[in-house]
Design a protein around this ligand. Structure first.
Ligand code: SAH
Ligand code: SF4
Length: 372
């Protein structure tokens, strides 16, 4: 892909596109036609927009990037996860994941399908266990780059089912849990989710969208006042400041005494249960005291707890605890009346943890730069 400075058309809302069109002497009704080509028909070239005049198509071409991400490769794992590696116009790489979690006793066609999207290239939060943050933040994704990941997901689905055209609505959930800290790229993620949710956009229900954050307190408060009815997940990973700040530098800025009331406020304002994510890392946060503290926090917040056995990251020393240990930890929560799930990690073998696929490809590139 050639570097481009043009703005991505997929980052425009009905309002912003209408304004731009009218400012440039084009009729306002063209905005809906254009958005229809983008989201209902999913075209990837300007000439396909056959009901637009040639001068309008020319203006669009000069003004906007129509393909802000380019497909590089897909990696599949046990037919459960598809990782799409996408290249941006400045050659940065991001990934988007499709997770097909089979339900007990039903076939693949009845499995729950979840999409996981990225919001930044790299991440500035520097969590010690996470591959995405190893090399810091490269840049924010634009709203258009975030939205276009979903267009690529639909195209990927089209390949799997050549006769039926895949619709985003056929997915059960969308999680903002890929590379990056979404609340560190606040305006772009809100704009992208608005486009995803809108009837003139991808029409995906906000209640099926979960945003995960490492705990940027002022932004959580701001999010609680947004009209979008999203679900919220908090990457907790430590039930005391002492343990949490060892592995998450963000805890120094916003410790639990500030984070937890903000989460409670969100949950009460929105009237919905928040999820606490807790990666289990051997001898770091898997003690039974941590389990008891986590139980008390979750109970107080009426939150659901998602326990995730740690996925090993190349170059990092951490390990996942034994299955017995994981189950003991979960049981303390369960016995305390907390809603808890212990995730059985799928796709561990092929770098399921966030950011690892991209990191490997980038390292391979650095080792053997392409002649182009
Ligand atoms: N930055 C946001 C969203 C992206 S991270 C956040 O931190 O919430 C998505 C989830 O993957 C987070 O809960 C994160 O803690 C988790 N994660 C990161 N590295 C992991 C690893 N090696 N094993 C298991 N989960 C991991
Ligand atoms: Fe960033 Fe989330 Fe990884 Fe922490 S866990 S470094 S916030 S992507």
């Amino acid at each position: 892909m050639m570097p481009t400075t043009k703005r991505a058309l997929h980052g425009e809302t009905l309002e912003s596109l209408t304004l731009l069109l009218t400012e440039h002497g084009h009729p306002a009704f063209r905005a809906r036609q254009i958005l229809d080509w983008l989201y209902k028909k999913r075209v990837s070239t300007w000439p396909e927009m056959t009901n637009l005049s040639v001068p309008l198509r020319q203006w669009l071409d000069e003004t906007f990037e129509l393909n802000p991400t380019a497909f590089v490769l897909t990696k599949q794992s046990e037919d459960v996860t598809d990782k799409l590696l996408l290249e941006l116009s400045d050659q940065a790489l991001i990934e988007t994941v499709i997770i097909r979690a089979p339900q007990l006793g039903v076939g693949q066609e009845n499995s729950r399908k979840t999409i996981c999207i990225s919001t930044q290239v790299g991440c500035a939060m520097g969590c010690k266990f996470c591959a995405s943050g190893l090399e810091g933040l490269k840049r924010n994704l634009s709203a258009g780059e975030i939205v276009h990941q979903l267009i690529q997901v639909c195209r990927q689905e089209d390949e799997r089912t050549p006769r039926a055209r895949a619709e985003l609505a056929s997915f059960d959930n969308l999680v903002v849990m890929g590379m990056g800290e979404p609340l560190h790229n606040y305006d772009a993620i809100i704009r992208a989710l608005t486009i995803l949710n809108a009837e003139w956009g991808l029409g995906f229900g906000a209640r099926r969208i979960t945003l995960s954050t490492s705990g940027l307190v002022p932004r959580i408060k701001q999010l609680a006042d947004e009209p979008l009815g999203l679900r919220l997940a908090i990457s907790l990973h430590g039930a005391t400041d002492e343990v949490r700040e060892q592995i998450m530098p963000v805890n120094k800025k916003w410790p639990l005494r500030e984070l937890l009331p903000a989460v409670k406020e969100f949950s009460e304002k929105k009237g919905r249960m928040v999820t606490l994510e807790f990666i289990l890392i051997e001898e770091i946060n898997d003690s039974l005291e941590q389990a008891e503290k986590l139980r008390d926090i979750a109970y107080d917040l009426h939150a659901h707890v998602n326990l995730i056995p740690y996925n090993t990251v190349e170059g990092l020393p951490w390990k996942r605890p034994s299955l017995t240990r994981q189950e003991k930890f979960a049981k303390i929560l369960f016995n305390g009346g907390v809603s808890v799930t212990l995730r059985r990690e799928k796709g561990h073998a092929i770098d399921a943890a966030c950011g690892q696929l991209r990191l490997k490809t980038e390292r391979a590139r650095e080792a053997a730069p392409s002649p182009a």
